[in-house]
Write a protein that binds this ligand. Structure first.
Ligand SMILES: NC(=O)c1ccc[n+]([C@@H]2O[C@H](COP(=O)([O-])OP(=O)(O)OC[C@H]3O[C@@H](n4cnc5c(N)ncnc54)[C@H](O)[C@@H]3O)[C@@H](O)[C@H]2O)c1
Length: 254
């Protein structure tokens, strides 16, 4: 049920064009925020404001500092402030063991999943420091909490996001800027489909193993993650910073 849990706040969601990011945009909008969806992908799939989608779409490549700086400066100039940043854009990277990964594959994964979080934080925080408030939510993964053989470098990248979150939480706490991470289990999106569909024996077993190891017995939906982000983005979580919110149907509990 829609309320006003983030009423009047200005929110930027990276990777907001589809999957989990699009659902976060929908729910933050329904709860009263003005949402800018920022994505590398074209705006084609992004619902319009009239359809319950974000107030605006902004093309941004999180790996490119000039693109990130320009986007955050434009958004701050247009709306006057930036209250919420959801660092959601991410890629799974190569589905192969470390010794088979090419340098360019490593660089792309870490550019999007790690450098992208840092760059967007850097350029959003400049505005949050001026207004002395803000909430940053970083999308990690249960794979940022434990290791695994399927996509080893993704674990490394999401683990980096987890600790960047805690370090930034400590750094900006006295400026009234909170930084938290969300750790989804297996969620039905294009990204998780690509992991299950890859042509390797590990990938073939992946989907079944995820289900077998999830006590609730099914995958999550983007909405399940969006409600966790809503809590951390809202003032309801004003005493919460540097935490890791796991949303995984019990996967990491057993
Ligand atoms: N789906 C899952 O099971 C799952 C589980 C744990 C964590 N996650 C994380 O949740 C986040 C969202 O995943 P999803 O499943 O919705 O993925 P998705 O592939 O459906 O969406 C990712 C979005 O990020 C955008 N993006 C990619 N590179 C970008 C760049 N350089 N600049 C700007 N935007 C870029 C894509 O265009 C896309 O719209 C990711 O960080 C992912 O690692 C997903």
């Amino acid at each position: 049920m829609a309320g006003g849990r983030v009423q009047g706040k200005i929110a930027v969601i990276t990777g907001g064009a589809r999957g989990i990011g699009a659902e976060i945009g929908k729910i933050l909008t329904a709860e009263g925020a003005t949402v800018v969806a920022a994505d590398l992908a074209p705006a084609d799939g992004v619902p319009t404001a009239a359809e319950g989608g974000p107030a605006a779409y902004r093309r941004m490549d999180v790996t490119d500092e000039a693109s990130v700086r320009a986007a955050f400066d434009d958004i701050a100039a247009t709306y006057g402030r930036i209250d919420i940043l959801v660092n959601n854009a991410g890629v799974p990277g190569p589905i192969k063991p470390s010794h088979e990964v090419e340098e360019k594959e490593f660089d792309l994964l870490f550019d999007v999943d790690v450098k992208g979080v840092w760059l967007c934080t850097k350029h959003a925080v400049r505005h949050m420091l001026e207004q002395r408030s803000g909430s940053i939510v970083n999308m990690s993964s249960i794979y940022g909490l434990v290791g695994g053989a399927h996509i080893p470098l993704y674990h490394a990248a999401k683990g980096a996001v987890r600790l960047m979150t805690k370090a930034d939480a400590a750094t900006y706490a006295t400026s009234n800027i909170r930084v938290n991470s969300v750790h989804p289990g297996s969620i039905e999106t294009e990204l998780s489909k690509s992991l299950s569909a890859a042509p390797s024996p590990e990938a073939a077993a992946y989907a079944q193993r995820m289900l077998d190891n999830t006590p609730v017995g099914h995958r999550g939906t983007p909405e399940d993650i969006a409600y966790a982000v809503l809590y951390l983005a809202s003032d309801e979580s004003r005493f919460v910073t540097g935490t890791e919110l796991v949303v995984d149907g019990g996967y990491s509990a057993v």
